[in-house]
Design a protein around this ligand. Structure first.
Ligand code: TYD
Length: 145
């Protein structure tokens, strides 16, 4: 699921709309953490990192934001501007977020607690690791010995 846009089922009636996020039903991982970004200042770029072992689902509950995503095969831009759509991001995806609308509330569900050690914050280092997956396997194998 490295990068996938998903349509979330909307339960709408004459009163308005509702979207439910549920483990295994429309969220393909155990939800261990939820965080959200809001009041993001004009012109700000956030993210600028990848995760070695983290799956996430991002939803713009309100407003819009642009993601720049790279799984090692080159950058793509994805605009999130619909609370009934989610963006699934697997591990080893470089992400940057910008063009936040003033009212943007970007909610993110994650399958791990916050762990600064899981971050790759240098793009060249990310490219090195994503292009040599054995690097990660080797580290895991060494640690389990
Ligand atoms: P940061 O990683 O800089 O956000 P982004 O990548 O979206 O630009 O996080 C901002 C601050 O919030 C930083 O001090 C770490 C903290 N933080 C947590 O405490 N828990 C979390 O789950 C996240 C994502 C960040």
């Amino acid at each position: 699921m490295q990068i996938q846009r998903v349509q979330l089922q909307q339960h709408g009636d004459e009163r308005g709309m509702l979207v439910a996020l549920e483990k295994d039903r429309n969220v393909p991982f155990e939800i261990r953490r939820v965080y959200y970004l809001f009041a993001t200042r004009n012109q700000v770029h956030r993210g600028q990192h990848a995760h070695r072992h983290l799956n996430q689902l991002a939803v713009t509950v309100r407003g819009s934001v642009t993601f720049l995503l790279d799984d090692g095969s080159g950058p793509v831009e994805v605009v999130l501007d619909d609370p009934s759509q989610g963006l699934l991001l697997g591990s080893m995806v470089w992400r940057e977020m910008y063009d936040f609308s003033e009212d943007c509330v970007l909610m993110v569900l994650a399958d791990q607690l916050y762990d600064p050690a899981d971050y790759i914050t240098n793009y060249d280092e990310f490219l090195r690791e994503v292009n040599s997956p054995m690097l990660l396997g080797d580290v895991a194998a060494c640690q389990s010995r």
